[in-house]
Design a protein around this ligand. Sequence first.
Ligand SMILES: Cc1cc2nc3c(=O)[nH]c(=O)nc-3n(C[C@H](O)[C@H](O)[C@H](O)COP(=O)(O)OP(=O)(O)OC[C@H]3O[C@@H](n4cnc5c(N)ncnc54)[C@H](O)[C@@H]3O)c2cc1C
Length: 274
Amino acid sequence: MEGPSCPTDPMFDHNPWFKTVLPDYKELDTASLPAGYDSGCEFTSVCINTAMYLQWLVGQCLKNGVILKRAIISHIREAKSYSHTGKPADIIINTTGLASLKLGGVEDQAMAPSRGQIVLVRNVLPTMITTSGTEEGIAEILYTMQRPAGGGTILGGTYDIGNWESVPDPNIALRIMRRVVELCPGIADGKGIDGLSVVRHGAGLRPYRKTGVRVERDRLDDGTHLVHNYGHAGWGYQGSYGCAEGVVELVNEIRRENGQSLEGEPRLFCWDTQ
Ligand SMILES: Cc1cc2nc3c(=O)[nH]c(=O)nc-3n(C[C@H](O)[C@H](O)[C@H](O)COP(=O)(O)OP(=O)(O)OC[C@H]3O[C@@H](n4cnc5c(N)ncnc54)[C@H](O)[C@@H]3O)c2cc1C
């Protein structure tokens, strides 16, 4: 997912690579599409409530012995002194997202914000909908995500590269809601925007990287190993397991080079069922 185009574009490829991966994938008949749409597909997928998921992840880390510390660093080398062992760390993993643009020792000029604005509503739309673009320019996109466990529905959104504004814009919010109720009037019982019950408006800065995600080995000036894992733009949750696996592979490569034996260590994550 690189480049200034709509991040969901790969979803609209003909004969896409994921058609054999996603359950229940099927191309839709033109007759079943909303007016104005030429083609479409549907498939079964998952949607997470990130507010709950992040808490769960912290719990998993604690359960597995991770020691968490809170601090702000201005240069990546400072992370060396935060090892739970009390000794300087041998390996540092840099997962500072958009802050990698300015963090001393990283200062990656390929990083930029991709501003995303959303509206969270209480209304329920069980089907997640994503379209290939809108008539309001490449920064404005249309998607909906119903969050599990009574988390409401996210109405999206924008994908505005280079925009640092963290406050939601009321005009953009109106356009987001209008697009959604026009495409799916049922979400608001046919009452238009007035039928939406808004929980809150939100805006966030995705950690976009012009040249794509960076999962890579590096070194500090003093030779300390560094592994980067940042620049996931709008797919940081979706890609997190794969990227974490990539980090583990790189860390294990370093450990082997340092003469450590990894025999008998469990894999972090595995698709195999046994
Ligand atoms: C509106 C919107 C919609 C999105 N939708 C999706 C989606 O549908 N699917 C999906 O997968 N992703 C989505 N994303 C993207 C997703 O949120 C990001 O890709 C993901 O959060 C990136 O995770 P990260 O851990 O790399 O960076 P971050 O979540 O930004 O975490 C970086 C961490 O580093 C810390 N940090 C940074 N600098 C320092 C420093 N100097 N000292 C100490 N700590 C520091 C920060 O405090 C932060 O905790 C969306 C984002 C937005 C804004």
